[in-house]
Design a protein around this ligand. Structure first.
Ligand code: SF4
Length: 335
């Protein structure tokens, strides 16, 4: 006969287990954990979306030096904001952060409240970021669910069904809410994130070092790697893009893209609307966006004399799409 399944711990016991684990094993030295404010938490959370902690740290430090608060960021030009963001990718995050700062200064007198609902009125602040600001900046009770928490909860509570569906997502948010402690939410929330990032990882989770292994449903039912369940994604389409390259030892011709284009307002090689037939192919690369792949061909061409030729040494002062910057940096080394 199989052993009976041990049910998940009740909220108080789970808090105790996770908080004790976090204090002994969790992350305490991250720069945004030192004297957190609503502003610094917002900056770090937006930077951490789709980006590894180690990559974010130097960007976060530079950002706080240049824009230490909502007022300084709100007053900055979009070009300055995008240039400082250069290399982190997903520039829409930088624009959202800029818009959020302008909103907070203009509409909220530069102050954010410890209230999830009011925080969500700030542009670019969704339920997760609002929960993170409540927890980390104010130590207030508010739930937060991201990919790490979703994975940990799915396994710990044995939740089946597509985690990207609204039904399962609602269920996980409800659990997160039910399990949010009235006190010490800062440490508890950090424990949830650290568990997902360092113990209950997507592949090779460290179940033997897990503080709640004995009551974990997935562990007891041998479904650790089957959870969370995700619907298979349809393959994403591939598109083609053609760009012009006019370089000499002094610099490269760049244009600022339209607001409606891919990579809005970034500086880029001029783009052709169709594949050139009479130009020489200089190189090719592929870039993957969230919804499609872009196969890029770069052609040598001669730009009109009135185009902007950016000196090589000034290239870092311009916000460029990451793959274009990589292409030009590699080229510069060969010149
Ligand atoms: Fe995750 Fe394993 Fe811990 Fe369960 S026992 S919560 S699967 S690390």
């Amino acid at each position: 006969m199989n052993d009976p399944i041990i049910p998940p711990l009740a909220p108080v016991a789970l808090h105790h287990a996770l908080i004790t684990w976090q204090q002994q094993n969790g992350r305490h030295d991250l720069p945004w954990q030192q004297q957190p404010t609503p502003y610094s938490v917002l900056v770090s959370e937006i930077m951490l979306q789709q980006t590894q902690v180690a990559t974010v740290i130097p960007y976060y430090q530079r950002w706080l030096e240049k824009f230490p608060n909502f007022e300084s960021l709100a007053a900055a030009s979009e070009d300055d904001v995008l240039t400082l963001w250069q290399g982190l990718g997903y520039y829409s995050r930088a624009r959202n952060l800029h818009r959020a700062a302008q909103f907070v200064v203009a509409e909220r007198g530069g102050i954010l409240p410890p209230c999830s609902e009011q925080l969500r009125e700030v542009p670019g602040v969704g339920p997760y970021t609002a929960g993170a600001i409540c927890a980390f900046a104010f130590d207030h009770p508010a739930p937060l669910v991201d990919g790490n928490v979703t994975r940990f909860f799915s396994r710990y509570f044995g939740i089946t069904g597509d985690v990207t569906s609204s039904r399962v997502s609602k269920h996980i948010w409800q659990l997160a809410d039910d399990y949010t402690p009235p006190q010490n939410n800062r440490v508890y929330a950090q424990a949830l994130l650290d568990m997902g990032a360092t113990v209950c990882t997507p592949s090779q989770p460290q179940c033997h070092g897990c503080p709640v292994q004995s009551s974990c449903n997935a562990w007891q039912t041998d479904r650790v790697l089957q959870l969370p369940e995700k619907k298979k994604k349809a393959p994403i389409p591939t598109r083609a893009g053609w760009f012009g390259l006019d370089v000499d030892p002094t610099g490269v011709v760049l244009v600022q893209r339209d607001t409606a284009a891919v990579w809005p307002r970034l500086w880029c090689l001029p783009e052709f609307t169709e594949q050139p037939t009479k130009l020489e192919l200089h190189g090719e690369f592929r870039h993957t966006f969230s919804h499609y792949k872009l196969n890029v061909q770069v052609f040598t061409y001669q730009a009109a004399a009135d185009n902007r030729r950016v000196p090589w040494q000034e290239l870092t002062d311009y916000a460029l799409p990451t793959p274009i910057r990589r292409y030009l940096m590699a080229l510069k080394k060969k010149l």
